[in-house]
Design a protein around this ligand. Structure first.
Ligand code: ADP
Ligand code: 3PG
Ligand code: MG
Length: 403
């Protein structure tokens, strides 16, 4: 599948409907919505600036939060329009409705190189239902369609998929292309050794990804709560740690699969155990785990231990390609964040291609101030995981084929 790229389109003078992922984290300060991390907005600037330079009329479409098909004031995109304006140093016309007379009027006054942002597409029920009527109403506002919303590409919604049926041509934006390149292209034939670090809360969320990566990886390092499920499957005592009790067979199946594929599948060799999950909890490093010794009764594994950190650092130092998804501990609590931070630092020191795939792991890398030390950080959460699993994403599949 070779999809059209923005570069393939003749955009001068055209109204280009551009889907972006502006679903950014926000906070309320003095009754005002403040954007706390504008990475997703900044990452869409190459596409927006290119469209402006080429003399297109850029009509941005985005979702924000989950307002469930009706207008909800706190999910308005107006603060995002204001912020974007300062980033591109050009006015951004904000349309208070997504379809109909209001955007039509605004768009009719746009000059080449101008930018408009439509109100949250999810204020209309037709968006998430992928209603053809809503998709057609969106399509009516432009001539061409560009999808740069990688983070929402796993959703088959009107503005990410349905709309392509009603426009002449639809193409990938530059961020979309970059995400596909790193999360799929680079990993097709990764420089070896290829190391995968998987953490996070649940094995069940990551089965597909783990299975898909076993085809390519040389080494897989496990951390986070999912390590507990693998431990329990091998008979290591886990105390009161978070475990997916109904996934023990699956964990064994994955361990067998790794053996069959010749992948070195490493579990933590020790843990930080705590008496409760709170900032003030008592925590201590366990000794080496084994089938007779693990997490103490009544205690929970909250992070990988010191020996595991050392072991994982050695593996990281040997790798040429590293993919990381999922924190190694409950990093939201600083006392339980050491394992996750140590891994982020080891990746930052490494000369390997380092790819961070989506979600909480990205937050952890940013909190550690190491984002600019990584080769690539995905803007997608669920979308990144689905692409790593090898799934076809509806937002990509719907785009025009390159002839
Ligand atoms: P990502 O978003 O990077 O894919 P996940 O959503 O799968 O990662 O998991 C992140 C969550 O896992 C974090 O909120 C973290 O607190 C939690 N977590 C990590 N280790 C543990 C643990 N040992 N016990 C309970 N929760 C954990
Ligand atoms: C995200 O934040 O992961 C994307 O913007 C998708 O949002 P959604 O999970 O509400 O569809
Ligand atoms: Mg997550």
């Amino acid at each position: 599948m070779k999809k059209l790229s923005l570069r393939d389109l003749e955009v001068r003078g055209q109204r280009v409907l551009t889907r972006v992922d502006f679903n950014v984290p926000t906070d309320e300060r003095d009754g005002r919505v403040v954007i706390t991390d504008d990475t997703r907005i900044r990452e869409s600037l190459p596409t927006i600036n290119y469209l402006r330079e080429q003399g297109a009329k850029t009509i941005l479409m985005a979702h924000f939060g989950r307002p469930k098909g009706k207008p909800v004031e706190k999910y308005s995109l107006r603060p995002v329009a204001d912020h974007l304006q300062t980033l591109i140093d050009h006015p951004v016309a904000f349309s208070t409705d997504t379809i109909g007379k209001i955007p039509e009027e605004i768009i009719s006054h746009m000059n080449d190189g101008d930018v408009a942002l439509l109100e949250n597409v999810r204020f209309h029920a037709g968006e998430e239902a992928n209603d053809p009527k809503f998709a057609e109403a969106l399509a009516k506002l432009g001539d061409l369609y560009v999808n740069d919303a990688f983070g929402a590409a796993h959703r088959a919604h009107a503005s990410t998929a349905g709309i392509t049926k009603f426009v002449k041509q639809s193409a990938m934006g530059f961020l979309m292309e970059k995400e596909i390149q790193y999360l799929s292209g680079e990993l097709e034939k990764p420089a070896k050794p290829f190391l995968v670090i998987m953490g996070g809360s649940k094995v069940s969320d990551k089965i597909g990804v783990l299975k898909a990566l076993m085809e390519k990886a040389d080494v897989i390092l496990i951390g986070g709560a999912m390590a507990n499920t693998f431990w329990k499957a091998q008979g290591v005592p886990v105390g009161s740690s978070r475990v997916e009790a109904d996934k023990l067979d699956l964990a064994r199946e994955l361990l067998d699969l790794a053996k069959k594929k010749g992948v070195r599948f490493l579990l933590p060799v020790d843990a930080l155990e705590a008496d409760r999950i709170e900032a003030g909890a008592t925590a201590r490093n366990t000794s080496r785990v084994s089938p007779t010794h693990g997490i103490s009764d009544g205690w929970q594994a909250v992070d990988v231990g010191r020996a595991t950190i050392g072991l994982y650092e050695e593996e990281i130092a040997k790798a040429k390609t590293i993919l990381w998804n999922g924190p190694l501990g409950i990093f939201e609590i600083p006392a339980f964040a050491l394992g996750t931070i140590a891994i982020a630092e080891a990746l930052a020191r490494s000369k390997a291609t380092t790819i961070i795939g989506g979600g909480d792991s990205v937050t952890a890398v940013k909190q550690a101030g190491l984002a600019d030390k990584m080769t690539f950080i995905s803007t997608g959460g669920g979308a990144a995981l689905e692409l790593l699993e090898g799934k076809e994403l509806p937002g990509i599949a719907a785009l025009s084929e390159r002839s």
